[in-house]
Design a protein around this ligand. Structure first.
Ligand SMILES: Nc1ncnc2c1ncn2[C@@H]1O[C@H](COP(=O)(O)OP(=O)(O)OP(=O)(O)O)[C@@H](O)[C@H]1O
Ligand SMILES: [Mg+2]
Length: 279
């Protein structure tokens, strides 16, 4: 099982679009995928036509009351694709977990107890570096960082790297980071500059595939469908298919079998961070 989070505290850079469409493309390639929605906005759930506001349970119950992930999962949302939904109640998580023990590793603990078998778990995260993002990072072996091609896109990436260093220092858990350029319109003059800066920031760890600007991706989400289902011939579908292929090839090249359990359980020093993960 390979656990991958999609992280960037910058809003609107393509996290949810990436989480949904990468999940769909992996499941299309016969991988069993669980998409965990860890954003109170619930966009990953809504983008797959779920209505998280009327579902009885979701990620809030998993993180706060120790509910089993298996019990909140919406199974077979698509063939080989399950979703653990989130809704607005997750926005109270900082207060709900104030003073609680092990609050930064609740997702990891829930994943360790998972009974259903998956090849990939993909985690969508909110646009901030709070407790939800921390849980996503703590649970994952790889973090994909979507970076859109705007002027402010690279701003804040230093803080993200710092956060990852904090986790490594306190728990020994090392996360691999890989950037994914999104909303790329190569006709725009500054795009080549942003791409160069991006490669420098991530020391070359950038997906070769670039997600082009494609209005079909917006339409697909609004229709509650992955792009491969909404319009399989679109640039968006081709790009996300290529990212899935690149990801699988990357792991095969490293000789990793995705069916091997890779939950980072090596160092469970959850209490090392004390009550405040950012201290
Ligand atoms: N490659 C693309 N081309 C065109 N539009 C895109 C592309 N990727 C994402 N979008 C659109 O941009 C908007 C923001 O994307 P998305 O919701 O995936 O970002 P996000 O990082 O998850 O946002 P948030 O930080 O609010 O969670 C959405 O309307 C989405 O449909
Ligand atoms: Mg989102």
């Amino acid at each position: 099982m390979r656990i991958i989070s999609v992280i960037n505290q910058k809003g609107g850079c393509g996290k949810t679009t990436t989480a949904i469409n990468l999940s769909a493309c992996l499941s299309k390639r016969k991988r069993r995928v669980l998409l965990i929605d860890l954003d109170p906005q619930g966009h990953a759930s809504i983008g797959l036509n779920l209505n998280p506001e009327i579902l009885p349970h979701g990620m809030t119950e998993v993180l706060t009351h120790g509910a089993f992930l298996d019990d909140v999962i919406c199974a077979s949302v698509r063939h080989n694709l399950d979703v653990a939904p989130a809704n607005i109640t997750l926005s109270a998580i900082e207060q709900l977990l104030a003073g609680a023990a092990h609050k930064e590793s609740r997702l990891l603990t829930a994943i360790e107890k998972l009974r259903r078998p998956y090849d990939y778990i993909i985690i969508d995260s909110p646009p901030n570096l709070g407790i939800l993002t921390f849980n996503a990072l703590r649970a994952s072996a790889l973090s994909i960082v979507p970076v859109d091609m705007g002027f402010f896109s690279l701003h804040g990436l230093g803080k993200l790297k710092e956060t990852i260093e904090v986790i490594a220092r306190h728990t020994g858990h090392r996360i691999e980071l890989r950037a994914l350029s999104t909303m790329v319109d190569s006709r725009m003059r500054f795009v080549q500059e942003v791409l160069k800066d991006l490669a420098r920031h991530f020391e070359g760890k950038v997906f070769e595939t670039r997600i082009r600007n494609n209005v079909r991706l917006r339409e697909a989400s609004s229709q509650g469908m992955p792009i491969v289902e909404y319009e399989a011939n679109s640039n968006g579908a081709q790009d996300y298919e290529a990212v899935a292929q690149e990801l699988i090839a990357m792991e095969e090249a490293r000789g990793q079998k995705v069916s091997e359990l890779q939950v980072p359980v090596g160092e469970r020093v959850e209490t090392a961070l004390g009550g405040e993960p950012w201290s």
